[in-house]
Design a protein around this ligand. Sequence first.
Ligand SMILES: NC(=O)C1=CN([C@@H]2O[C@H](COP(=O)(O)OP(=O)(O)OC[C@H]3O[C@@H](n4cnc5c(N)ncnc54)[C@H](OP(=O)(O)O)[C@@H]3O)[C@@H](O)[C@H]2O)C=CC1
Ligand SMILES: CC(=O)[C@@H](O)[C@H](O)COP(=O)(O)O
Ligand SMILES: [Mn+2]
Length: 391
Amino acid sequence: MRRRISIFGATGSIGQSTLDLVRRRPDDFHVVALTGARNIAQLIQDAKAVRAEVAVTSDPSRLAELRDGLAGTGIAAAAGDAALIEAAARPADWVMSAIVGVAGLAPGLEALRHGTTLALANKESLVTAGPLLMQTAREHGATILPVDSEHSAVFQALIGEDIRAVERIIITASGGAFRDRPLSDLDHVSVAEASQHPNWNMGQRITIDSATMFNKAMELIETKEFFEVGPDRIETIVHPESLIHALVGFNDGALMAHVGPPDMRHAIGFALNWPERRTLPVERLDLAKIGQLNFRAPDPARYPALGLASRVMHEGGLTGAVFNAAKEQALDLFIAGQCRFTDMARMVDRTVDVMLTRHRLQNATITLDNVRDVDAEARARTCEDRANTKG
Ligand SMILES: NC(=O)C1=CN([C@@H]2O[C@H](COP(=O)(O)OP(=O)(O)OC[C@H]3O[C@@H](n4cnc5c(N)ncnc54)[C@H](OP(=O)(O)O)[C@@H]3O)[C@@H](O)[C@H]2O)C=CC1
Ligand SMILES: CC(=O)[C@@H](O)[C@H](O)COP(=O)(O)O
Ligand SMILES: [Mn+2]
């Protein structure tokens, strides 16, 4: 019996790695839905290659192009937010959530409502609405498998363990594009420089978030929400080689580390094959050749996003949704050349500050509508902040 799978964000970095694994085992999978946004040529090519039931673009202005490309294939074409939700509601055994940004939240929730296994790469879902996501999975008997490399690593280190015996979870950070640059340079670094990750090949947004460590900030919050452990038991450490992805510290002093090459096909393949392990096409590490691994404490002056993560975790409620929206907006401004690299953390900090004083974010119920409301306000507030401080 072939497993029915769907891939949201199929045209992106995670989506393409997922398809690479799926195409290697054509007899094992039936592809229900593939989704993308603007890369219609890729979406058409992949939908045909795996004979998907439906291909969806989130961008309604690209529907005609998608339809034309799929004409005569029997593959349905659809567009827009409602079409993404409809695709998520189609019966599937396994769904990859790899849309970038908070746009990935609603399709993931819809898939969970249908009791599927959700392979979760989209970290914004847990950051903006962790309790809602976890509760939805519980209510519908669905399973969430973490795909973010650090969380997949923690998940694997916890197999057969009792979470009550966990003293701490340490997620590693590469330090990003500017880890060795003088702090005084950071005001003037370019978008192109920030888009070069030292170890991983990923989409542009997460790559820049690695350079600011907003990515790690999100991952600390993700850890709290997914593993349901207190913020004071979650740490990060700079590990420039990105070979250890995470460590779990137990109450008997043992530290269990997950070690592997920086290739997302491991974490994706682990989720695809779970609860089994199967052979995956990733490099086998030669430790003698690697020789040594390095670690250092993150410098809070270089990475102010980490302090913000701690605040978000302690405040809770809708603070994560505000934080994420401000971060997405600040990133848009940086990519558009409208703010400096170092402005991003300052803007997010101010937006979180203002919105915490204006709203009772900590005690708010987390619903999709509430997330959307605070998301819109946080984006507007971040743009306004930029306009007011523009020198
Ligand atoms: N890349 C990685 O190694 C890792 C990624 N992640 C997380 O996984 C997610 C995906 O990352 P990554 O693959 O790098 O991102 P990419 O930018 O490479 O891909 C994003 C995908 O989302 C689609 N998309 C963009 N905007 C929208 C929208 N508004 N609505 C619907 N679809 C949209 C894109 O379509 P199109 O390209 O057609 O425009 C593309 O398919 C992110 O949340 C990221 O943080 C987590 C760990 C590692
Ligand atoms: C592959 C992955 O999971 C990324 O989130 C990765 O962790 C980014 O690297 P850093 O954020 O550590 O630079
Ligand atoms: Mn990660």
